[in-house]
Design a protein around this ligand. Structure first.
Ligand SMILES: NC(=O)c1ccc[n+]([C@@H]2O[C@H](COP(=O)([O-])OP(=O)(O)OC[C@H]3O[C@@H](n4cnc5c(N)ncnc54)[C@H](OP(=O)(O)O)[C@@H]3O)[C@@H](O)[C@H]2O)c1
Length: 426
């Protein structure tokens, strides 16, 4: 029998309880012994919860779990940085294995936690921390172990994918789509971490660290959210044969690691373009396996609980067999990421200009001076003094585009630069 201390009985914690109640016997057979939840740490013991839990299990004292030598496995489902990080450290130091779905803690402190686990001869598993129910961490460590993974492209945030899908398919404004996502429970009340791209950055930092056998510091990832995307951009993207997605990108290139999160034009016949609503997907390229895509629910109670319980089964087996999962214990040096200015892409640029003869010539001169060549130019004819111009460049270093934008802003007939979106060659 393996005694478990659960930390957190909120959305995911309750889902874990339901799965263990429903499939307990089958799970025990898979593990080789019973998984028994001994204690559950919560904030408010008297809260009304939508799950049947013996109230005698509930505690609001972390020491009841951490100082109990009979507890061999701690499942951290509190979320946030602290006290979750400190609880995980304390559990590992006391010789307890850990399962967590906490992307923030794994992305920020992974290396330290893996070392602690190794030093204390216990395991730490975190499949639920990236893409909820979609298996990706164990496949990266095990199923693709024979490959040099060259590229990972992820739609790793359900909230932003839902909003962009609704804007694209139903013509909804950003705010309306966000409110709908909140009403359905796909977006949190404070959606800033999702909208700003930070949530996806934690996740791609974790995936890239495993895939490229390095440690990716989340603070050095270039991150841009979807707050600036307007319906007009979505409509023009469609006219040009693209959809806009918030992509988490990790490429292992000759001249360094290119890791970034931002909205991007994705060709509408690419498999990632078909990933809509709250769904997530991970598209990767390995030198042996070639292209592989996984698709599913990237968050939510039961999909995330599915990943957490799968980790509990794996770690439970390891505890039963007194085995330590050495795949976590590889500590390569941190690599510097490529600066976004050095990244090469095609770019979509939407401007507002005075409807005057010669404006386009001024714009193309600025671009030409910076060696930015154009793939297409769309001039929208309107009976207004200010009109939109849409430019799509050929592949060029971002540095040249940024220089051009600075110069374009100086032109008297350029009223506004509305948006710059990367056209991702997938
Ligand atoms: N929800 C998802 O769809 C999803 C998807 C992927 C990953 N995750 C990750 O899963 C983890 C859990 O998320 P969740 O959505 O289940 O969170 P949640 O619904 O907010 O639940 C958090 C639980 O932790 C307890 N808690 C919070 N602070 C505590 C403290 N200081 N001491 C003791 N207990 C504390 C709360 O107690 P009370 O109940 O008493 O308030 C609650 O039971 C997070 O790391 C999250 O990022 C969630």
């Amino acid at each position: 029998m393996i005694r478990i201390g659960m930390m957190g009985l909120g959305t995911v914690g309750s889902g874990v309880f339901s799965i263990l109640a429903k499939h307990g016997e089958n799970i025990a057979r898979k593990v080789g012994c019973d998984l028994v939840i001994d204690k559950v740490l919560v904030q408010e013991k008297d809260k009304n919860r939508g799950v049947m839990v013996d109230s005698a299990l509930l505690t609001d004292r972390p020491a009841d779990l951490l100082d109990d030598p009979a507890i061999q496995l701690v499942v951290e489902l509190i979320g946030g940085e602290n006290p979750a990080y400190q609880f995980i450290v304390d559990a590992l130091k006391r010789g307890k294995s850990v399962v967590t779905a906490n992307k923030l803690v794994v992305a920020k402190y992974g290396q330290e936690l893996f070392r602690l686990a190794r030093d204390n001869r216990v395991n730490i598993s975190y499949e639920g921390s990236v893409a909820g129910g979609i298996p990706v961490i164990r496949p990266l460590k095990e199923s693709f172990a024979a490959n040099r993974v060259e590229k990972i492209l992820g739609i790793l945030n359900g909230t932003t994918n839902y909003i962009l899908s609704k804007m694209s398919k139903d013509g909804q404004e950003f705010e309306t789509a966000l409110q709908e996502a909140q009403a359905y429970g796909y977006a949190e009340r404070d959606p800033s971490s999702d909208l700003s791209g930070l949530d996806a950055a934690y996740k791609i930092a974790i995936l890239a660290s495993i895939a490229f056998e390095t440690f990716v510091d989340v603070n050095s990832i270039y991150v841009e959210g979807i707050e600036g995307i307007e319906l007009e951009d979505i409509d023009i993207a469609a006219e040009l044969g693209y959809v806009i997605k918030l992509l988490a990108i990790a490429k292992n290139e000759q001249d360094g690691l290119d890791i970034r999160v931002h909205p991007a034009f994705v060709a509408k016949d690419h498999p990632l373009a078909l990933v809509n609503d709250q769904y997530n997907a991970i598209y990767l390229h390995g030198d042996a396996v070639n292209d592989v895509m996984s698709y599913g629910r990237g968050a939510g109670q039961m999909p995330t609980a599915s990943a957490v319980v799968a980790d509990m089964i794996q770690v439970g087996k390891d505890i039963c067999q007194q085995r330590v999962d050495t795949l976590n214990f590889h500590f390569p040096v941190e690599q510097t990421l490529k600066n976004i200015n050095m990244v090469e892409n095609s770019y979509y640029l939407r401007l507002q200009v005075n409807d005057q003869p010669g404006v386009l010539a001024q714009i193309t001169k600025v671009l030409g001076d910076n060696k930015v060549s154009l793939a297409s130019v769309i001039q929208k004819h309107k009976l207004t003094p200010v009109v939109p111009i849409i430019l799509v460049t050929h592949r060029v270093k971002e540095e040249a585009v940024n220089k051009s934008i600075k110069m374009l802003k100086q032109l008297p007939d350029v009223i506004a630069i509305n948006n710059l979106i990367r056209v991702e060659a997938l």
